[in-house]
Design a protein around this ligand. Structure first.
Ligand code: RUB
Length: 334
């Protein structure tokens, strides 16, 4: 069944359900939303029947915006969508027909997802080497990359324990604790405010990332910066697992990463908000951990100091950001 959205374009129910899944955080975590977003473009391609390439591109643009607005501040989502759009737009400009554009949309989406999963696998191989028998490792939120590093270390027979911070207000730490326990890793769930209390006993902090900026700062779930600060104080190493598509090229151009502000009802249930009249509730979803609080970023290209983030961006996009370079994602004007 196709549904009418906006002025002109019919979207399938499947695409709208996927978009809703990201908005409502049924689908969440930077890696998963990036992969889901390009799946959304492939769903659009498969449901489109037009023979007119311009009409195809109009619908593509609407699907793109629908998906981009599901979590508008998520860099992985925007970068994933741009990866596909760049390849499809190039064919459109070269005068290709609607069938070729459809095929390229599906192919680029599959390519992105394959390389994203391969990146996680390589990061896990690199990261697992840093985990030693007897380690106590702290993690925060629910990062598929951090979990993958830990489960790979476990698969290699390493014997270690994990402290998972519960991650108020949405308690993604419970998901992490469940996943680690299911993998046979001894795990203790703590409240976020107990992180510093436990830090002197911790050997390493391993977290994921939503965005890496050109100066090596890491944007991740709110609370990460506080944990990194406590780790620094206790001389505990902080490792961040991040695929290179989470590095933000627009930060080279001076753009700041916008932090998602989420509803107050996530902090205080709606029915209790009345009892707090006159109180403003702030609910930022992410915070920024500066490079000096991070020991290393584990990417699929290797383990790098955070200060090398600019080199990753230069290699990925070239110096001439804003211009096309073959085979690479480019930053295009919206
Ligand atoms: C999830 C979160 C994760 C990163 C990395 O936040 O902050 O640590 O997205 O995850 P939310 P991954 O629950 O608000 O999406 O390693 O899976 O990309």
């Amino acid at each position: 069944m196709n549904l009418l959205v906006g002025r002109s374009v019919l979207f399938s129910k499947e695409l709208l359900q996927l978009a809703d899944g990201i908005t409502t955080m049924r689908i969440r975590g930077a890696a998963e939303i990036g992969r889901a977003a390009v799946d959304g473009l492939a769903i659009y391609a498969r449901s489109s029947t037009t023979g007119d390439p311009d009409a195809y591109m109009e619908g593509f643009g609407e699907a793109y915006r629908l998906l981009l607005n599901t979590r508008p501040t998520a860099v992985s989502l925007a970068n994933a969508l741009m990866y596909v759009r760049h390849r499809v737009s190039r064919l459109h400009r070269a005068g290709q027909g609607a069938d070729s554009l459809r095929e390229m949309t599906v192919k680029a989406s599959e390519d992105f997802n394959r390389s994203s999963l391969e990146a996680v696998k390589r990061i896990s191989d690199f990261g697992a080497k840093r985990i030693r028998n007897g380690d106590l490792i702290m993690t925060h939120c629910n990062s598929s990359v951090a979990i993958s590093i830990l489960t790979e270390a476990k698969r290699q027979g390493k014997d270690f324990r994990v402290i998972a911070n519960e991650t108020r207000p949405r308690f993604q730490g419970r998901l992490t604790a469940k996943a680690l326990a299911a993998a046979g890793i001894p795990v203790t769930l703590i409240v976020d405010s107990a992180a510093r209390y436990f830090m002197p006993k911790v050997d390493k902090v391993v977290v994921g990332s939503d965005v890496v900026t050109s100066n090596g700062a890491v944007v991740n779930k709110i609370g990460t910066a506080q944990i990194a600060l406590a780790a620094k104080e206790a001389r505990v190493r902080v490792y961040v697992g991040a695929e290179t598509y989470k590095f933000s090229p627009s930060t080279v151009l001076g753009e700041l990463v916008e932090i998602e502000e989420r509803p107050p009802e996530e902090v205080v249930p709606r029915e209790e908000l009345g009892g707090l009249s006159g109180v403003r509730i702030a609910n930022p979803a992410f915070d920024v951990t500066p490079a000096e609080l991070i020991d290393a970023i584990i990417t699929e290209r290797g383990i790098i100091p955070p200060q090398a983030a600019i080199l990753v961006l230069m290699e990925e996009y070239g110096w001439s950001i804003g211009e096309e370079s073959p085979g690479k994602t480019v930053i295009e004007e919206e």
